[in-house]
Design a protein around this ligand. Structure first.
Ligand SMILES: Nc1ncnc2c1ncn2[C@@H]1O[C@H](COP(=O)(O)OP(=O)(O)OP(=O)(O)O)[C@@H](O)[C@H]1O
Ligand SMILES: [Mg+2]
Length: 574
């Protein structure tokens, strides 16, 4: 039994509490199919989220099987299924792959046969078997809703919450989905609560809850709806609702509530008696709890799904390839000047002052030419790798946030999610950075410790990737995250000090945060003494030691990962 006692949910607006849901009291027994209807904006989704525990109730209490949900803990992830108003599947995956991933993330299976059986059963139940190999992006609206349901059914939830799963469908598909929901409520005593603003097919529900401005205006059998609102046609219920304030509807409902509850109880007893409705023994069902898969199992599922999505998205693969190939070519175009010779001062002291000045001038001119070319090339590599870093991860979390939130609600560990992102991005970072380092080195050998240089290129890409991943997990939308990441890369070059020296009072504050400076400085330090001197002779910015460059970039990665973790843990529903 699910019971809501005087449940309210408020938001703060201009310093005041505004109720979106107010004094909602309702009892829903096992095996019940209830519609929550009401005009747009009346609080249906808010009520569903409050039941799901996504909106903590501001007043009243919710009970599930006698358990107070706010005191004894929320629903277990496997106990509840929530099909939100938006699509929760990835377009490039097939129906079968989507359901398989949902199962692997939510249910600990004993073996592959058990897993396959579960997937097949769910596909069968939702009528998706004939189209199981079709990609999500080509599915019709009705098929997508079925898929949303299938992905929730994998854990056999005892309570299924559906938000507008019939909206935007043609009458036939709508009826099919309502019928499917009805059938799902007839199995294993599952409660199905379906939010809809459509007043069609109400006869298939066990009860109808009418919500008006966040308050209950009616809850009773569908055949009593017209009578209660004194209308000839169900379509007239909404105009009728608007004729009175929600307070008045609520007051009159409070007077009639008991008699309608008795009607519902009688109807239910008749259904059980005739064998149409089978309600399992509630104590028995508690023992068959579904266990969550382990961290590693969720991690492996996510990594393999991420690669599959990556390779299915041809545009993304081509973009990655283009970036990986073209960026190093751009750098090599400029590498010619960096290979020039730097004359040395002769060991013997020049007797002629004129000759000494001339020697000094030619050495300085070599140093200026080669030094600025080498410094420029290193910075060019660093900036391009920073750009790759932001391109790698700026949309990574923000772009799929609703799906991630949904999966987190279903039991996905944020740690497994973040680890899967790190593993996927690490492959990109390693591939991009080492290819850049080796390619450029092949055409114009690095004049110093190449391994150290490659290491700094890898670190700057990793730092930018993790920083942008953190931005992606903290921002509300993918657009915000991309924009901020691009600005961040844009500021790397001017603030690095490699081109223009900054005023000292600014440099003190900006330098610690500019990954590009530390990678550039570290790479310049790795140059042979003579080349290093040449670079120093053309820059006005001080260089930092090898160690401090290494530690600072390490710190950037560490702090960014902590921020990404905080962002991934934080609930962020719309
Ligand atoms: N977090 C929030 N902050 C401020 N207002 C909110 C918030 N969530 C919902 N609302 C407001 O509360 C009201 C109820 O929203 P809700 O989404 O529950 O409506 P609904 O009945 O599901 O509507 P629809 O049928 O259009 O989906 C709306 O006016 C909405 O703008
Ligand atoms: Mg809604």
């Amino acid at each position: 039994m699910l019971e809501l006692q005087e449940v309210g949910f408020n938001i703060r607006k201009n310093g005041e509490d505004v109720p979106l849901i107010d004094q909602v009291s309702v009892r829903v027994p096992r095996g019940h199919f209830m519609a929550i209807v009401g005009p747009s904006g009346c609080g249906k989704t808010t009520l569903l989220k409050t039941i799901a525990g996504l909106n903590p109730e501001s007043s009243g209490a919710l009970f599930w099987e006698g358990r107070n949900l706010s005191i004894d803990g929320d629903f277990m992830p496997s106990e509840i299924g929530y099909v939100p108003q938006f699509s929760i599947a990835y377009d490039p995956l097939t129906v079968d792959e989507s359901v398989e991933a949902a199962t692997r993330l939510r249910v600990r299976s004993q073996d592959t046969a058990d897993l396959d059986q579960r997937i097949d059963r769910v596909l069968e139940e939702t009528g998706l078997t004939p189209i199981s190999d079709r990609q999500v992006k080509v599915l019709s609206g009705g098929q997508k809703r079925r898929l949303g349901l299938a992905m929730e059914l994998v854990s056999d939830p005892k309570i299924l919450l559906c938000d507008e799963v019939t909206s935007g469908l043609d009458p036939r598909s709508e009826r099919e989905i309502v019928r499917l929901l009805h059938d799902l409520s007839r199995k294993d005593g599952r409660i199905v609560l379906s939010v809809t603003h459509s007043l069609a097919h109400l006869e298939l529900y066990d009860s109808i809850l009418v919500l008006h401005e966040g308050r209950v205006a009616f809850h009773g059998p569908p055949e009593q709806l017209n009578h209660y609102f004194s209308v000839a046609d169900t379509e007239e219920v909404y105009p009728r609702l608007a004729a009175q304030t929600s307070e008045r509807w609520h007051t009159s409902w409070s007077k009639h509530r008991e008699s309608y509850e008795q009607m519902l109880a009688k109807k239910r007893a008749a259904l059980i008696f005739s064998g149409v409705l089978q309600v399992p023994d509630e104590t028995a069902s508690a023992t068959e709890d579904v266990h969550l898969p382990s961290f590693f199992s969720q991690f492996a599922t996510l990594v393999s799904r991420r690669w599959r999505i990556f390779f299915r998205d041809r545009g993304q693969v081509l973009l990655q390839l283009a970036i990986i190939l073209i960026f190093p070519i751009l750098v090599t175009i400029f590498s010619d000047k960096a290979s020039g010779n730097i004359r040395r001062y002769s060991d013997t002291k020049q007797s002629d002052v004129f000759a000494a000045i001339q020697e000094q001038q030619s050495v300085r001119s070599d140093q200026a030419k080669v030094g600025s070319a080498i410094s420029g090339i290193i910075m060019f590599q660093v900036v391009l790798l920073s750009l790759m870093g932001s391109n790698n991860s700026a949309r990574e979390i923000a772009g799929e946030r609703p799906i991630y939130e949904k999966e987190k609600f279903g039991g996905l560990r944020p740690s497994a999610y973040l680890a899967s992102k790190v593993a996927f991005l690490a492959c990109l970072v390693i591939g991009q950075s080492l290819w850049m380092a080796f390619f450029v080195n092949f055409f114009g050998s690095f004049r110093g410790d190449f391994i150290q240089h490659a290491c700094f290129l890898l670190l700057v890409n990793a730092a930018m990737t993790t920083i942008c991943l953190a931005i992606s997990s903290l921002m509300r939308t993918a657009e915000q995250a991309s924009l901020l990441s691009i600005y961040l890369v844009g500021f790397q070059l001017p603030l690095s000090g490699s081109v223009l020296a900054l005023p000292e009072y600014i440099e003190v504050f900006t330098r610690p945060f500019i990954s590009a400076y530390w990678a550039w400085s570290g790479s310049v330090n790795a140059l042979q003494t003579q080349v290093n001197d040449a670079v120093k002779s053309v820059i006005d910015t001080s260089l930092s030691s090898h160690q401090s460059c290494l530690y600072t970039l390490g710190a950037h990665i560490g702090v960014a990962l902590i921020a990404a973790w905080a962002g991934a843990r934080r609930p962020q529903w719309d």
